[in-house]
Design a protein around this ligand. Structure first.
Ligand code: ATP
Ligand code: MG
Length: 208
């Protein structure tokens, strides 16, 4: 049996975009991942509520994994009413028989910069291997410099990823601008067909 090397990328995915996909692909290649779970978060404790519903956010992730046999859309965090904590999620993977050494928690450098505020820090660093992916404008080297005590506890993945954030995507839509190239075509089509992120609350509500 080949060794299991499981990537986990959590996010609000409001919506999932090319930066997420580039980060996941870079990690897949750098770490030799055998599977990747994209975990759509419930309302994260430290952030404003998402704009699109969990159903739409998950649906867009499902579209992204549909032609990638080793990628999976996980609803593990959406199934519980409580806010998502990464430590709880990682412990649930352990409960399913995965060892911390088999789990690679992928995280962008901007998100990792706040790790000290996370629930169960610093023990959380032992629940999986943390693989920090550079984000345009924030190379992992800078982060190592900023958090020197953590430098030898993380794996760095310095790869170019699309310079896009979900906030940009939402703002462009609200401003009537194109999001071509920022999200995969299937995601763009889903957003447009359902009227997500327009100033209206959505096509269904905007019908009357
Ligand atoms: P928002 O603008 O709403 O915060 P976002 O684009 O940052 O959205 P999230 O769902 O918050 O997306 O991000 C999930 C994870 O993906 C985080 O670890 C984040 O750092 C990482 N990530 C997001 N965009 C990129 C990118 N362009 N390159 C590398 N990592 C990214
Ligand atoms: Mg973010």
């Amino acid at each position: 049996m080949t060794a299991r090397r499981i990537g986990i990328l959590g996010g609000t995915f409001d919506p999932i975009h090319c930066g997420h996909i580039d980060a996941a692909r870079a990690a897949e290649e750098a770490l030799g991942l055998t599977r990747l779970f994209l975990i759509t978060s419930n309302v994260p404790p430290h952030r404003a509520a998402p704009v699109a519903s969990s159903y739409h956010r998950f649906a867009m992730v499902a579209l992204v994994v549909s032609n990638r046999p080793t990628w999976f859309a996980s609803d593990i965090e959406l199934r519980s009413a409580a806010p998502s904590y990464t430590s709880t999620t990682l412990q649930r993977f352990h409960g399913e028989g995965y060892a911390p050494a088999e789990l690679f928690f992928l995280i962008g450098a901007d998100a990792f910069a706040e790790i000290e505020t996370w629930r169960d820090y610093p023990q959380i660093l032992d629940l999986a291997q943390f693989a920090v992916v550079s984000r345009p404008g924030l190379p992992v080297a800078e982060l190592r410099h900023r958090l020197p005590s953590l430098a030898d506890r993380i794996i760095s993945i310095d790869a170019p990823t699309a310079d896009v954030s979900a906030t940009d995507v939402r703002q462009r839509i609200a401003a009537g601008e194109s999001i071509a190239g920022l999200v995969p075509p299937a995601v763009r089509q889903h957003i447009e067909r359902h009227g997500l992120y327009t100033t209206m609350s959505g096509r269904l509500h905007g019908e009357d």
